[in-house]
Design a protein around this ligand. Structure first.
Ligand SMILES: NC(=O)c1ccc[n+]([C@@H]2O[C@H](COP(=O)([O-])OP(=O)(O)OC[C@H]3O[C@@H](n4cnc5c(N)ncnc54)[C@H](OP(=O)(O)O)[C@@H]3O)[C@@H](O)[C@H]2O)c1
Length: 322
């Protein structure tokens, strides 16, 4: 329980999304009143008119801006223009509205995709501007990075209290399992589970398998965001991650085993790997507000697979697991 949330009106953009629903659940647990969640059908936050209407309707004291257009490498490659426009427009209009409406605290969710392609691992927040992001996710990553500058300049000129938090790749229940747009973990779970269900002996995965990633369980990310909002007062970028790196090949083997797939994994090297390595330095979050991710990758995957089995059709439910 925290006094911070008491008697505050809270707005969570993207509150019905994958991360957003975990954040809203935790807010309720921590004594916050029901957050106002603007749905995209009612408030298209890429327009300043909708953002203004949202401010009038919700009258928030605190805004957690999680809404975004996101996806895996394939989705980023298909829609680089839209991802750039939508994510920049939403963040820009909301930050400006936060200033005009004297919002007490405005939280912008950034992304690990903003880091330079060849950033030395583990990525430290001070290296965020030391190079251009990996090409497949640069339009998305650059807009998020630009929004951190907007927050810093709005603090300097207008005194806006903004935070900028950078989660690494997340996974967990309610993730996007659409193979056209999903990130790597749901894609692998789905492919291996389908192979088990159909009795297929081979699964084709994107890239070489040699790239590495770090994965944060969604409930841990939500906890980091909520604790940071209660504690912090300025927009210095803060990584949210586990600090544990794993190659995509090892991740695929782990998921295959957990889903019960014992066939061949084939790497389609005509597909991009994306950024070569991803691992965050998580010391700043620990030092500034005492947050450390709790969930091991194995536990998180177990819960994610269990959730997915309930969602999926019957053949998948028959898959064995460890
Ligand atoms: N997923 C990851 O691995 C990851 C990693 C690092 C950072 N992030 C960041 O974390 C945040 C949440 O991502 P997520 O994975 O939870 O995404 P998500 O499940 O796709 O949810 C995004 C939400 O944004 C809302 N939204 C999209 N366009 C909108 C618009 N034009 N107007 C109003 N709302 C709009 C959607 O609302 P409706 O449901 O109403 O359409 C949706 O619920 C994003 O800021 C993302 O950049 C994600």
């Amino acid at each position: 329980m925290s006094n911070f949330w008491r008697n505050k009106r809270i707005c969570v953009t993207g509150g019905a999304g994958f991360l957003g629903r975990a954040v809203c659940r935790l807010l309720r647990e921590r004594g916050a009143s029901d957050p106002f969640v603007p749905r995209s059908t009612e408030y298209d936050l890429t327009t300043s008119e909708s953002v203004e209407r949202l401010m009038q309707d919700a009258k928030p004291d605190v805004v957690l801006h999680l809404a975004a257009e996101v996806g895996g490498i394939g989705a980023n490659q298909k829609r680089p223009g839209r991802f750039f426009y939508a994510n920049l427009a939403m963040g820009m209009h909301l930050t400006e509205a936060a200033r005009r409406h004297n919002i007490q605290k405005f939280v912008q969710i950034g992304t690990v995709c903003g880091y330079p392609k060849h950033c030395p691992a583990p990525f430290k927040e001070e290296d965020l501007w030391s190079g251009y992001p990996e090409e497949t996710n640069a339009p998305y990553g650059v807009t998020k990075r630009a929004l951190s500058v907007m927050l810093e300049s709005y603090r300097a000129e207008y005194g806006l209290c903004g935070l900028y938090l950078l989660p690494v790749n997340m996974y967990g229940p309610h993730d996007n399992f659409d193979l056209e747009t999903s990130h790597v973990i749901p894609a692998l779970i789905r492919k291996f589970a389908a192979a088990v269900a159909n009795g297929t002996g081979e699964v084709v995965c994107w890239g070489t398998g040699r790239a590495s990633r770090e994965f944060l369980y969604v409930d841990d990310a939500a906890e980091g965001i909520v604790l940071a909002t209660e504690t912090l007062e300025n927009p210095e970028p803060i990584n949210l991650g586990t600090g544990r790196e794993i190659t995509i090949a090892d991740l695929a083997s782990l998921i295959a085993k957990m889903v019960g797939f014992d066939g061949r994994i084939i790497w389609d090297t005509s597909r991009p790997d994306g950024q070569p390595r991803r691992q965050l330095d998580t010391a700043r979050a620990r030092d500034r507000f005492g947050w450390v991710a709790k969930t091991s990758l194995e536990d998180g995957l177990r819960r994610t697979i269990a959730w997915w089995r309930v969602q999926a059709e019957s053949p998948l439910i028959k898959c064995s697991s460890h």
